[in-house]
Design a protein around this ligand. Structure first.
Ligand code: G3H
Ligand code: 13P
Ligand code: ZN
Length: 283
């Protein structure tokens, strides 16, 4: 069934595990996520970015995910990833998303609190969950130097104030992860995570998790992360599956023979992630 995100994260908090949030932009990805979640008996978050919505169309994203959620026994939240405006969050809520992210991380703290509260006021009235972001997560192409880490990473005291003044359902933080493929091994600021967790009541979200080594993901979850975002690893698995299928049969003209293997590859990756996150067997 389609459910809001907040209860999934509340249960994860109780059980000390994390719920996987996987990015989708087409039918094969949605099906791969559901297949994996069912096989692992795991609650799951399917999320769509602005780019994904632009590519597939908001109606297609909602229709695909809704039918998948209605048919399955695992709880599924449909979440807007990195929403950047109030209007876009409202469009997603109206279209049937059960959760939205308002990413006000580019604003000053007060402004970020204000825009998050505006979204929350509406979302609360209709039972939709809200994630916010504090600190600059960025991409792997932005080289973060040691002296900049303090300025870009989430300030624990700001996080405390942010959650107290918003009551947001989930908080994305910057502790050294980045979106996309990493050049080297990311260096996560676990001390900062510990501090934030001790001051903040909301479930913590880790973005840019694809290239983070398994042991660091496990440690982050031990220290309080309750939602882990994965996109890049699914893109890699998708393309790898297609390439392998073409290499095996260069004359293939049936798209299903290329996308089928891609779906299987993604599903295997998702199952592995779910087991690392500890959300397997929770349904
Ligand atoms: O947060 C970033 C996600 O990986 C989505 O990326 O904007 O290219 O769809 P995208
Ligand atoms: P990756 O693409 O690095 O897995 O990040 C996903 C993400 O954080 C989506 O918001
Ligand atoms: Zn992200």
């Amino acid at each position: 069934p389609l459910v809001p995100m907040a209860p999934l994260l509340a249960k994860a908090e109780e059980g000390k595990y994390a719920v996987g949030a996987f990015n989708c932009n087409n039918m094969e990805i949605v099906q791969a996520i559901i297949d994996a979640a069912e096989a692992e008996r795991a609650p799951v978050i399917i999320q769509a970015s602005q780019g994904a919505i632009k590519y597939a169309g908001i109606e297609y994203i909602v229709a695909l995910t809704k039918i998948a959620a209605e048919k399955t026994f695992v709880p599924v939240a449909l979440h807007l990833d990195h929403g950047t405006s109030f209007d876009q969050c409202m469009q997603c809520i109206r279209s049937g998303f059960s959760s939205v992210m308002i990413d006000g991380s580019k604003y000053a703290l007060e402004e970020n609190i204000a825009i998050t509260n505006r979204v929350l006021a509406v979302a609360r009235a209709v039972g939709v969950s809200v994630e916010a972001e504090l600190g600059k997560i960025g991409g792997t192409e932005d080289d973060i130097h040691v002296d900049e880490r303090d300025a870009l990473f989430t300030d624990p005291n700001d996080a405390k104030r942010f959650v107290e003044e918003t009551g947001v359902d989930a908080l994305a933080i910057a502790i050294g992860t980045a979106h996309g493929q990493y050049k080297g091994r990311p260096e996560l600021d676990f001390e900062r995570l510990k501090k934030i967790k001790s001051l903040v009541d909301a479930p913590i979200v880790l973005h840019g998790s694809s290239g983070v080594p398994e042991e660091d993901i496990r440690k982050a979850i031990e220290l309080g992360v309750r939602k882990v975002n994965i996109d890049t690893n699914l893109r890699e698995a998708f393309v790898e599956g297609v390439k392998e299928a073409i290499a095996k049969n260069p004359k293939e003209i049936d798209p299903r023979k290329l996308l089928g293997p891609a779906k299987t590859k993604m599903s295997e990756v998702i199952r592995e992630k779910i087991r690392i996150f500890g959300s397997n067997g929770k349904v």
